[in-house]
Ligand binder design. Structure first.
Ligand code: PA5
Length: 443
């Protein structure tokens, strides 16, 4: 993985001015003296993962792969986005049509309250041999609990209680919460989300690893990539050579310079959910105390035909971070056409990826000319190892960046506000005072 900040349109002196603060932030993370220090379990998570632990996850994955043609991952936010990001990045784009039973289809639920979504999902599952992974640290998240209730009942009815017990897995807190109580009562296989790893930093725990292994991908290689990046970003690596430290410093320097929005851009549709995962990681970590870069994402070149206008010509409060894949997995040439009605025969015989790369370079030049700072991350290939590197690079950058900004990057007090109102509106016991206050407000 390479990070290029040469087109960041910010003077080196402004970035280097943050070097001392970056080093302080790294020390604070390492020594556990920063705000949110009870949530630093992600910091040395990759290097703490043993081959035995990977084997245990793989064994459960193999059982579900054998017993199920479809596996539903129920989870939301940090209990969902990492697995989806990695699976969609690695899977064949038309996996539902092409996998011919080699791998179970991994579908996602518990991340919305859409009645039609859940109706259509449960209808689709009627003739499927399906299993469920219930992922919730708290066990009380409404979206996930609702989906799990529906799926558990359907799985038991369709497959019988004994099989259901084998193909339902819980990933939750070690001791507390509804998901833990249910798993212990029913005798489900369960994995623990460590107390000191927050949801958005949990993709390298069973939260991400089990669904990824079920989908047929190499979790050992993913972890190896993260382990290597843990070393490359460790305390003691010079500031100039530490990609996470550089990224954190550049984005904070840009923020201080008035760039309030960061857009993560990809040039491969498979990376769409990497953008979603990144948005949560940085948005939920930094958007606090009325501060923080707003995180956005675009899929290019698709969105050049829509948001491209805003990026090129809108308010100059943005910068972009492009994730580029150096080598695609397949080769496809631009075809020649006798009539050449579209005038594109000059591209005939070129690889599609060459056209894509020139679109990327042309866009970068145009955006830089238009005053949009450009950061570029290049992955050699879209594989487990490179994605493991990318995950840890962003996680470490996030920890450092949040501390530079002066917030606690590891809590999320703001996400409770909607839940309180929703429960009051739905008449949840214990919320009577809030219900009364809201009724008066809406009267
Ligand atoms: O990052 C986070 O902490 C959140 O996105 C949570 O993961 C999300 O709200 C789901 O919570 P839970 O795992 O308790 O169901």
């Amino acid at each position: 993985m390479k990070l290029d900040i040469t087109q960041a349109l910010i003077g080196a002196e402004k970035v280097n001015a943050l070097k001392g603060k970056v080093e302080e932030a790294q020390q604070a993370l390492e020594q556990g003296t920063c705000p949110g220090n009870d949530f630093l379990g992600w910091l040395h998570l990759p290097s703490s993962i043993t081959p035995e632990f990977i084997a245990e996850i793989q064994a459960t994955a193999n059982l579900l792969r054998k017993e199920c043609d479809t596996v539903i991952v129920a989870g939301i936010g940090g209990s969902y986005l990492g697995a989806r990001a990695i699976i969609e990045a690695l899977a064949n784009s038309f996996q539902w049509l092409t996998n011919k039973g080699e791998n179970p289809n991994v579908l996602f639920a518990g991340n919305n309250i859409g009645e039609d979504y859940l109706y259509e999902l449960t209808t689709y599952l009627k003739d499927k041999k399906f299993g469920v992974i219930n992922i919730s640290k708290s066990g009380t998240t409404t979206e996930t609990a609702l989906a799990f209730r529906l799926l558990k009942k359907q799985c038991e009815e369709q497959r019988g209680k004994d099989v259901a017990r084998k193909v339902i897995v819980a990933i939750t807190d070690a001791k507390r919460g509804a998901a833990r109580t249910c798993a212990d009562k029913e005798g489900y296989k369960s994995f623990i989300i460590p107390d000191n790893v927050g949801g958005r930093f949990s993709v390298l725990t069973p939260v991400g690893l089990l669904p990824i292994a079920i989908a047929g991908f190499d979790i050992a290689a993913l972890v190896k990539g993260a382990q290597d990046m843990e070393r490359q970003t460790a305390v003691g690596v010079p500031f100039e050579e530490n990609p996470s430290a550089q990224y954190a410093a550049v984005r904070n320097a840009l923020y201080q310079d008035g760039k309030k929005i960061e857009i993560v851009a990809n040039y491969q549709p498979k990376l769409h959910f990497i953008g979603e995962w990144w948005k949560q990681l940085y948005g939920e970590s930094e958007g606090k105390d009325h501060k923080g870069i707003f995180t956005a994402s675009v899929d290019l070149t698709t969105d050049l035909h829509s948001m491209g206008q805003w990026i090129q010509d809108g308010e100059r409060s943005i910068f972009e971070t492009v994730i580029s894949i150096a080598k695609p997995e397949h080769t496809l040439l631009f075809p020649s056409d006798e009539e050449n009605l579209d005038g594109l025969n000059f591209l005939a015989g070129k690889r599609v990826d060459e056209v894509n790369k020139m679109a990327e370079l042309g866009t970068k030049l145009a955006h830089v000319d238009g005053g949009v700072p450009n950061l570029r991350i290049e992955l050699e290939r879209l594989d487990e190892y490179n994605l493991g590197q990318l995950i840890y690079f962003f996680e470490k950058g996030c920890g450092i960046s949040g501390l530079l900004l002066g917030v606690n990057p590891f809590n999320q007090p703001g996400v409770e506000a909607y839940k309180k109102n929703m429960f009051a509106l739905l008449g949840k016991p214990g919320y009577e005072a809030e219900t009364e206050a809201i009724s008066k407000r809406l009267a």
